[in-house]
Design a protein around this ligand. Structure first.
Ligand code: SF4
Length: 335
């Protein structure tokens, strides 16, 4: 809840609005894990609140640690479990956040997409990932790149971002947060207008017909339209836009693709992140050789596009890009 919503919640319990401010402080600043910890709210008031509201804090029910230090957590939601990943990197500790249980978007290379959509997370489910991983106050950054398409659950994601970036909330700078999308156009415009967080767009192929083979979203919201929208915003200052490009051997890794990608992004202040595809079962494509990725990167760089090969993290615990799956709480579907 926002601070205003917390004030209304307090009033609905017959309490003064300022109790809402106290709740925001306990929940988001002091990170109280129980009603009892909220010592400056009277016992009676806490009891009234506890009768109507839940703190929304749920401990992980599973945890896997990679040899590279990446940790994958399994969190319960109403009828599904979802995954969140913490990636340590020098003095950074980045949380990869899930926004939906499964996903509707159906990208063929993605395990989350393959399992279909099982529901949206609410803002509390999203914030719980920030509150309930180990040592939550040491998180430095967050990327909405976990399970689901965040802009297909825009209201809850924007509500969570509001709590994360508000001074009465977590107080994070928007520069610490990156939202990754395949380009859900109407919600993308809302995101660009309403927040200062960084943007990452999953592009994966510069040719429309080929992109459509792997990403059904291309039909409703072509990448060219997404780029037209992005070009209307300023990414020359603090706010950054990057393009994710997962590389598949023989599909999108040759000179023609590098040249077309450079043409598509010409004039835009941006970065391209090359990601090695992680094999999934019953899917014909394989990752390219490292040398092929390096040649692709160098060709883009020669065309003036800033480009990096992103290190793969947490592959051994199925925490890397495209591998998150979760499972039904009451079913037998496995990750
Ligand atoms: Fe959904 Fe993202 Fe997977 Fe596509 S890549 S199916 S948008 S989770």
């Amino acid at each position: 809840m926002s601070r205003d919503a917390l004030r209304s919640a307090a009033v609905a319990c017959g309490l003064k609005p300022f109790v809402g401010d106290q709740l925001a402080d306990w929940l988001y600043v002091k990170r109280a894990g129980s009603w009892d910890a909220m010592r400056n709210i009277s016992k009676d008031s806490r009891a009234q609140l506890a009768e109507r509201y839940d703190l929304g804090i749920a401990a992980p029910i599973g945890r896997a640690v990679s040899t590279d230090g990446t940790v994958k957590y399994l969190f319960p939601t109403e009828n599904y479990t979802i995954e969140a990943v913490v990636i340590p990197d020098g003095d950074r500790r980045t949380l990869c956040v899930s926004s939906q249980a499964g996903c509707k978007m159906g990208c063929r290379f993605c395990m989350t997409g393959r399992q279909g959509w099982h529901g949206n997370l609410d803002a509390a489910d999203i914030l719980n990932q920030f509150l309930s991983v180990d040592n939550p106050t040491t998180l430095t950054n967050a990327v909405f790149m976990g399970m689901g398409e965040p802009l297909d659950n825009a209201d809850a994601v924007f509500q969570a971002i509001n709590v994360l970036t508000a001074p009465w909330g977590f107080g994070w700078s928007p520069k610490r947060i990156t939202l990754s999308t395949i380009g859900v156009l109407p919600a993308l415009k809302r995101f660009l207008d309403g927040s200062r967080c960084h943007l990452a767009v999953s592009l994966h192929n510069p040719f429309p017909d080929e992109r459509l083979e792997m990403m059904p979203v291309q039909k409703a919201w072509p990448a060219a339209d997404v780029l037209d929208l992005i070009r209307q915003y300023d990414f020359t200052g603090q706010r950054r836009v990057s393009f994710e490009y997962t590389m598949f051997a023989g599909w999108n890794d040759d000179k023609a693709h590098a040249d077309a990608l450079a043409r598509l992004l010409r004039g835009l202040e941006c970065r391209v992140n090359l990601i090695r595809f992680h094999r999934i079962p019953d899917f014909p494509y394989a990752p390219p050789a490292r040398a092929v990725m390096e040649a692709f990167r160098d060709r883009l760089a020669a065309a003036g596009v800033t480009c990096t090969i992103r290190a793969s993290r947490g592959e051994d615990i199925l925490a890397a890009c495209g591998l998150l799956a979760g499972q039904h709480s009451h079913g037998s579907e496995q990750s």
